[in-house]
Design a protein around this ligand. Structure first.
Ligand SMILES: Cc1cc2nc3c(=O)[nH]c(=O)nc-3n(C[C@H](O)[C@H](O)[C@H](O)COP(=O)(O)OP(=O)(O)OC[C@H]3O[C@@H](n4cnc5c(N)ncnc54)[C@H](O)[C@@H]3O)c2cc1C
Length: 387
């Protein structure tokens, strides 16, 4: 497999030379610490735990978090630059695994007490501990307000019963930011509780096998009279739904970036292949149908990337973008669906073969329009702002 490293530095209104320096260091990390091993990690369904430490040493995990909790301050575009370069590993699973802290820690940062922030954030940003976010349950993920895992107060503990599924990094997470029902039915009865994996009654009931994202572990979690201390409650009791919704904005932007990078890499691979592969005595680029396909793919990638960056810039400037980030995620996923499909088509039979990057991009892409809120849920959100 060959990988071409390009930067998005042409988008100068969003990225500065300092962002490019960060890109360069992530690119070196990927080249040295990931690319030589990624095929093996994809096959085994896991990357080594020590990779968190190696990434942390280069501030890859800590970017965007406040310094007092072990973070490396920087605007949102540092985070986007890091995500884009991590995607150059060609393994969205690796990115999802390394990046699960970006969905697990923000609720702690925005709603947690000083004590909680000091306890849970620094060891994750230093790569010593792993964090996961657990909202989805076997009975449903989209209908968050109806989640069923209960947490009943018993003195200075909550007794948690229920299960969670599809949890990224769930198999080996030390801290799990978990959505639980502490109150009445509906959105107003939900709280966020950090469950530590050594809590009695907590177990990983299943490591799930997936279509894509092979290098990330995805778990089903089980809580059987699991006693979590009350001091691990994040924010007010029964106010967790708000924290979950705020958190989704960052996740949706990140998923849009992943989709754009997936499409960009599929396009780059297709261009290279079409310039080399011969059919009927000429290169694939000699066929107008191929040239037009590549032109359409490039147009979609550029439009989606620009739109995602624009939404990112507004989020960074504190402008409410709930509708727009849902649009950006959906648009980026439509683009990556089409572009990865067309890339496999351009590769013909080889596009269906393991060992070709487009094959993995095609598989890894499928989850993007499901995770972090499905495309149907995004449309519900968008239409609520319109009607
Ligand atoms: C690889 C992977 C990693 C994941 N990582 C995590 C994680 O780390 N943490 C976590 O909490 N979750 C995680 N998820 C779960 C993910 O967020 C959910 O799969 C997603 O939210 C959808 O929930 P569901 O699968 O239960 O589908 P359902 O909610 O059952 O939806 C099924 C179908 O019905 C549609 N639908 C549902 N409600 C409506 C509606 N109101 N209007 C129209 N259509 C509707 C959906 O769009 C979908 O097409 C992960 C999932 C995968 C596959």
């Amino acid at each position: 497999m060959t990988y071409e490293f390009k930067t998005q530095s042409t988008y100068q209104q969003y990225f500065t030379k300092t962002h490019d320096m960060v890109r360069k260091s992530v690119r070196e990390f990927i080249k040295k610490e990931v690319l030589p091993y990624i095929e093996e990690w994809e096959e085994t369904g896991e990357f080594p735990r020590e990779l968190y430490k190696k990434a942390a040493a280069l501030d890859i995990l800590s970017i965007g978090f406040p310094e007092e909790y072990g973070g490396t301050p920087g605007d949102l575009f540092f985070k986007l630059a890091v995500s884009e370069e991590l995607m150059r590993s060609g393994s969205a699973g690796l990115c999802a695994g390394l990046g699960s802290l970006n969905i697990a820690l923000p609720p702690v940062l925005s709603l947690g007490t000083e004590e909680q922030k000091k306890k849970f954030i620094p060891p994750v940003l230093s790569g010593d501990k792993i964090a996961a976010l657990a909202i989805t349950e076997p009975g449903g993920g989209s209908d968050v307000a109806n989640l069923r895992t209960t947490a009943v107060k018993d003195g200075d503990h909550y007794i948690v019963n229920g299960s969670k599924t599809f949890i990224t990094s769930g198999c080996r997470a030390d801290f799990i930011t978990c959505a639980v029902r502490t109150g009445p039915e509906g959105a107003h009865g939900i709280s966020l509780l950090v469950i530590e994996s050594d809590t009695p009654g907590f177990s990983v009931s299943n490591k799930l096998k997936k279509t894509g994202w092979w290098a990330s572990d995805t778990a089903e979690l089980f809580f059987d009279n699991c006693r979590g201390p009350v001091e691990n409650l994040i924010g007010q009791e029964n106010q967790g739904f708000y924290g979950i919704m705020i958190n989704f904005q960052g996740e949706r932007l990140a998923l849009a970036v992943m989709a754009n990078m997936t499409a960009r890499m599929a396009l780059e691979e297709s261009i290279k292949y079409a310039k080399e592969r011969q059919a009927f005595g000429k290169k694939l680029t000699g066929f107008q149908v191929t040239r037009h396909k590549l032109a359409d793919m490039a147009t979609l990638v550029e439009a989606s990337t620009e739109f995602t960056y624009r939404v990112g810039a507004k989020i960074g400037a504190g402008v409410d973008q709930v509708k727009e980030v849902s649009m950006a995620k959906n648009f980026a996923c439509m683009v990556s669906d089409k572009v990865t499909y067309d890339a496999v088509q351009i590769f013909g039979g080889y596009g269906f073969m393991r060992g070709y990057l487009v094959e993995r991009l095609y598989r890894d892409n499928r989850i993007l329009s499901i995770g972090g809120g499905t495309s149907e849920i995004m449309k519900e959100i968008i239409s609520k702002f319109m009607l």
